[in-house]
Design a protein around this ligand. Sequence first.
Ligand SMILES: Nc1ncnc2c1ncn2[C@@H]1O[C@H](COP(=O)(O)OP(=O)(O)OP(=O)(O)O)[C@@H](O)[C@H]1O
Length: 302
Amino acid sequence: MISPAVEITGLVKRYGRTTAVDGLTLRCARGEVTAILGPNGAGKTSTIEICEGFLRFDAGSVRVLGLLPGDPSLRARVGVMPQSGGVPQAIRAGEWLRLVSRFHAHPLPAAALLDRLGLTEHARTPFRRLSGGQQQRLSLAAAVIGRPELVFLDEPTAGLDPQARHACWEVVGELRAAGVSVVLTTHYMDEAEKLADHVVIIDRGRVVSEGSPAALTGAERQLRFRARPGLDLDELLAALPAGSAAKESPAGHYIIEGLVDPSLLATVTAWCATEGVTTEDLSIERRTLEDVFLELTGRELR
Ligand SMILES: Nc1ncnc2c1ncn2[C@@H]1O[C@H](COP(=O)(O)OP(=O)(O)OP(=O)(O)O)[C@@H](O)[C@H]1O
């Protein structure tokens, strides 16, 4: 049987007294895009760097394409885009890509990749003089130039402008279409929803939920509207069918859950009319991945 792209069981990583990864178990299937989400400090980068073979771990088991992380034979098969670093500051963009391509048997043409990521006019610019977004794009190019079987992308679109973000999404889409396994971390829920086959939400070094974006957000719909803060939701709930739920989060933003059908919509609008409440942005929507993420990981800053 073919091994998964990544298989992690009971992984523990400690930095002194800090337990960054606390018994994490996850599996990234081959040929799929797996997005790892989690609040700041949840242990995403530590986990990715362990898989890349850059960081030792304290307990558990990790296999990358069926091998131990850091196995020399993985070098040619795995592409890595770190959150930062890894590129000599003085090297020119084009030179770096050509250098990386020499480590691979059948690399993509460097010039075409530079063009693809809007870096052609910066090919002769030293890495340190590139803007943050240009450096990111060069790192992405370096991660994919060797036609890897598996790519790790740690926050690939952090700090990118919308054009560059779309270009990055296209590259990920092309990798997926070519059967490449992609493991990425991101703080952008729309990005995970758009790109990922499988989403893993981690918090405090453990997996708190996982599934396809559709499975995580569920089929249930919500009625949302904005109105003056502090509406009496108990009174509204009394008018709604049993099993409905209503919450105000944040102030002035209301969400009604339950069987969202025309009758519920009519009841809510009728109640608002009786109470003299003017609603804005009334809509029926599915829960977003961001709703699910905040429910699972809370609103407290990390
Ligand atoms: N080199 C280190 N030394 C000590 N503590 C570290 C080190 N690297 C990470 N940590 C700690 O380990 C925990 C997990 O960090 P990690 O970078 O893996 O999280 P993350 O989910 O990638 O966060 P972010 O979203 O902010 O990038 C944090 O509490 C962090 O402070």
